[in-house]
Design a protein around this ligand. Structure first.
Ligand code: T46
Length: 133
């Protein structure tokens, strides 16, 4: 599957903790956009799409959530629950985010600016595209 977990070192001292994520070093692309989702309603899911060209790394900087990953032939689920744990999601991976804790802040480091044309939001269209590949 074109997705994998990544770990980032935590710099902890008497003041607290710090995690640094360097584009093209700790993650396999240059970071061109950052966004985050928060105030999520625990029972509701987000996502329900795949990206044609966008690569992303998701990190729960606070709280936790689960990410469903589907490449058209295999389904996986990853729990993000530490600021030093990232999830790389490459192209053509259907993903859904769910089980948000009330304090969850889900950060995305993205390889491209926002472009709605890069989204496949219809699951049938996604299946057709990956089965053609
Ligand atoms: C993804 C998952 C993990 C913008 O205006 N700019 C942006 O950069 C983004 C990401 C979104 N938006 C607008 C578009 C919608 O009106 O924010 C609204 C919510 O976006 P969406 O419904 O796509 O949110 P999610 O949580 O379903 O998906 C987001 C990202 O869009 C997506 O790329 O992979 O998080």
């Amino acid at each position: 599957m074109n997705a994998q977990t990544l770990t980032f070192p935590e710099h902890r001292d008497a003041r607290g903790a710090l995690v640094a994520i360097n584009g093209n070093k700790d993650i396999p692309f240059d970071i061109r956009r950052v966004y985050f989702v928060y105030d999520n309603i625990g029972g509701l899911r987000r996502g329900f799409h795949a990206h044609k060209t966008l690569e992303q790394v998701l990190v729960c900087t606070s709280g936790s959530c689960d990410i469903l990953l589907d490449d058209g032939s295999k389904i996986d689920s990853i729990r993000l629950n530490q600021p030093g744990l990232g999830l790389y999601i490459g192209t053509m991976i259907w993903h859904e985010m769910y089980n948000f804790s009330p304090d969850c802040v889900l950060l995305s480091l993205a390889s491209q600016p926002y472009d709605e044309a890069d989204y496949i939001r219809d699951y049938r269209e996604f299946e057709r595209a990956v089965n053609r590949a």
